[in-house]
Design a protein around this ligand. Structure first.
Ligand code: SAM
Length: 256
């Protein structure tokens, strides 16, 4: 019991934000990289694949199929590889993540695909202003130690009119669904997560990070404040996830 309380406290403190969160997140994903894909698909009952497909569907890459797209917080490269394999896609994807073991764990999936993994922090991206024709972040923004600074940085690297898509966990609006979801997240998920990954706190951090994350309407407002226009969102699977998208307002073009 004491150990469970200690794990809860550690995960709670890690999810709260600040520099400690950044260190915790990077180390934690590096430690669970080898079991990440398996756990993702098991814990979401494989529904996560459909969520990522949905995010790619709203990116609008068809407007510029030869463009350069960013998969930020790319993890094991699922989003970038799926985008690069869409019929008619002739561009390239840069897949950025600050946990190198995650990128390495996904390397084989990208074999032969125009996807280039890059070790980089989403809050300090190594790209020029306006360099990207679009960007996606799947299950990454929730982990930022400063969400608004991270969103501004994502908008900075988009070309005017280019789209940012954010896919992340959300809190269902129905009290009934929220109750079931909460019970699963607090009691079932940490047990399976720990048994498979062997990690003490990673799957306690997950529900804590969702609890600290803004709901879908607030996230939409924060995306607008970060510099996006035409912001829309859709909740998926009874509201346990939400996909948001918006476009960088027209303005100065790409940096020379
Ligand atoms: C839950 S995983 C999502 C991975 C992948 N996008 C997916 O859909 O499965 C979150 C990833 O975000 C990365 N991440 C979190 N904060 C980051 C940051 N500030 N900069 C770069 N990567 C970050 C983590 O290392 C981890 O690989």
């Amino acid at each position: 019991m004491f150990a469970v309380d200690t794990e809860r406290r550690e995960a709670h403190e890690a999810a709260a934000g600040g520099a400690e969160k950044r260190r915790y997140v990077r180390r934690m994903f590096s430690e669970i990289a080898s079991s990440y894909d398996l756990l993702n698909h098991v814990l979401s009952l494989n529904i996560d694949r459909g969520w990522r497909r949905h995010a790619i569907d709203v990116l609008g890459w068809e407007r510029r199929p030869q463009g350069m797209y960013l998969d930020i917080c790319a993890g094991t490269l699922d989003v970038g590889v799926e985008l690069s394999r869409r019929r008619g896609f002739r561009g390239s994807v840069i897949a950025a993540d600050f946990a190198e073991p995650m990128l390495r764990a996904g390397r084989e999936k990208a074999s032969g695909a125009p996807v280039r993994p890059v070790v980089a922090d989403a809050l300090q991206l190594p790209f020029a202003n306006g360099a990207a024709d679009g960007a996606l972040v799947a299950f990454g923004v929730r982990n930022f130690d400063d969400i608004d600074a991270g969103l501004r940085e994502l908008v900075r690297v988009l070309a005017p009119g280019a789209r940012l898509v954010v896919l992340d966990c959300s809190t269902p609006s129905s009290a009934l669904v929220r109750g079931v979801y909460h019970a699963y997240f607090q009691h079932v998920l940490p047990l399976i997560g720990r048994a498979v990954s062997g990690h003490r706190t990673a799957y306690r951090y997950l529900p804590e990070s969702v609890a600290n994350f803004p709901g879908a309407p607030e996230l939409a407002a924060r995306l607008e404040r970060a510099g996006l226009t035409n912001v829309s969102y859709r909740t998926l699977t009874l509201g346990v996830t939400a996909v948001h998208w918006g476009e960088r307002a027209a303005g100065p073009g790409r940096a020379a």
